[in-house]
Design a protein around this ligand. Structure first.
Ligand code: CA
Ligand code: CA
Length: 96
């Protein structure tokens, strides 16, 4: 059995797999995430509570360094990469 669920103790998505035979069940849980908490301001990469041009340089820094920062993950897919650029620009345009 393969299932998905939100962890009750964190903001992580759990991927659970149960494999069974005559001897019993083995349950393995893989944590996928963590994902952004609801109160996180997406694209506020410099974490000053505002979305503006001051977030551009830190966003590019995170993007080019290959590291992960939740605020820079503007499309919430668990990675900071090329696909976050368009949502970043869209949020930045809305914020001003
Ligand atoms: Ca900011
Ligand atoms: Ca992303």
């Amino acid at each position: 059995m393969l299932g998905f669920g939100l962890s009750p103790t964190s903001d992580s998505l759990l991927l659970e797999q149960e494999t069974g035979n005559a001897a019993g069940f083995i349950k393995s849980t893989m944590v996928v995430g963590p994902f952004s908490p609801p109160n996180l301001l997406a694209c506020d990469v410099n974490q000053d509570g505002e979305l503006n041009f001051l977030d551009i340089a830190p966003f590019i820094a995170v993007l080019s360094s290959g590291t992960y920062q939740a605020e820079a993950d503007c499309n919430f897919d668990g990675e900071v990469n090329f696909f976050d650029i368009a949502p970043f620009i869209a949020v930045l345009a809305d914020g001003n």
